[in-house]
Ligand binder design. Structure first.
Ligand code: P6P
Length: 328
């Protein structure tokens, strides 16, 4: 009999970090089960398509972006001092007596929704001691995260979490409404045979990335010791999940365009939680120039270049940057 998330938390009652975040984590899990249902039934409930509004990033919001954000806020606002969402410009005040902050992307990859491709929720839990502004409490480096995770709304709905010591995957069980431990202690192999990047941006990439991808494409005909496969789902949660289960490396680099001169992905609620998960699974996460988790945030929605996955491959890519000009 596999452990439910509640039973797993009880079994790990000596893990102080997990116990501290447990009520909020269970609130997030409850929200993700509701978001999974909203995603699955969107076409039936006339909840597909664009909402007719833009988010802080100037991106067209899908109806489900707004619905998912509302579900996350309703499920967690009493369990955290402050919330920060990709879909909302300012931080959201929570319970002033709580000592945690929750930052999240309620529905990442939502441009895939109308074509029925996997999407997900990404979240990070930070300590929020009394004092200081609500926004300042959210602007902590990734090394200070207490817990990080994602929900993947795919063929199965999964919740993958870490408090820093190992990564565990739970599968949603329709019959019981519980998340059940199905993928304990996920580990990333140090060497990669798959890379994930949006190759249509190739002409805009920084030179080190151009050189690295060119070498991967040449495979054994060039300097690499093996041939590579390529994947691009355009849903970060799906890419990271694949890397956790079968290895590889994911890149969303900075490029020469104004909007992506610091990359496309957001530090607080995409890069940092995924970096914590990847490092806890034995992988690495970098901008190409520095460890992602070491970045001191300055803005709630700031973007960063993201290179994460197999430890040896990330180190190799950093070597390409050390040879070339450094931008970030
Ligand atoms: P592009 C989804 O919009 C997202 O934030 C990530 O989930 C994904 O990896 C990336 O952007 C896809 O970006 O430029 O390929 O559409």
């Amino acid at each position: 009999m596999s452990l439910s998330l509640n039973e797993y938390i009880w079994q790990h009652r000596s893990d102080a970090s997990l116990q501290r975040v447990a009520p909020l984590l269970l609130g997030v899990a409850q929200a993700c089960s509701q978001i999974a249902s909203a995603v699955r039934n969107a076409a039936l409930n006339h909840a597909s398509g664009a909402a007719g509004t833009d988010n802080i990033q100037g991106e067209a919001q899908q109806k489900l972006d707004v619905i998912s954000n509302d579900i996350m806020v309703a499920a967690t606002q009493e369990l955290a001092r402050v919330l920060a969402s990709e879909e909302v410009e300012q931080v959201i005040a929570g319970n002033p007596t709580a000592d945690l902050a929750l930052v999240f992307d309620p529905l990442d990859g939502s441009s895939n929704l109308d074509v029925n491709i996997s999407v997900g929720t990404i979240f990070s839990i930070l300590s929020a001691p009394q004092g200081g502004s609500d926004e300042a409490v959210c602007l902590q480096s990734g090394t200070r995260q207490l817990c990080a995770g994602y929900a993947l709304y795919g063929p199965a709905t999964m919740l993958v979490i870490t408090t820093g010591m190992g990564v565990n995957g739970f599968t949603y069980q329709e019959e019981t409404g519980l998340f059940v431990l199905t993928h304990p202690d996920l580990r990333i192999a140090p060497q990669a045979q798959e890379f994930a990047i949006n190759a249509s941006n190739q002409r805009h990439w920084e030179q080190p990335i151009q050189a690295y991808i060119a070498d991967c494409l040449e495979g054994r005909d060039g300097v690499r010791e093996r041939d590579f496969n390529m994947r691009w789902v355009a849903s970060m949660v799906a890419e990271v999940h694949r890397i956790l289960l079968r290895g590889g490396v994911f890149l969303y680099p900075a490029d020469s365009r104004a909007k992506t001169r610091n990359g496309k992905l957001r530090l607080l609620y995409e890069a940092n939680p995924m970096a914590m998960l990847v490092e806890a699974a034995g992988g690495a996460a970098s901008t190409g120039q520095m460890r992602l988790l070491a970045i001191e945030p300055t803005e709630l929605h700031q973007r960063v270049p993201v290179i994460l996955g197999a430890k040896d491959e990330v180190a190799l890519i950093e070597g390409y940057f050390n040879q070339g000009n450094s931008k970030y």
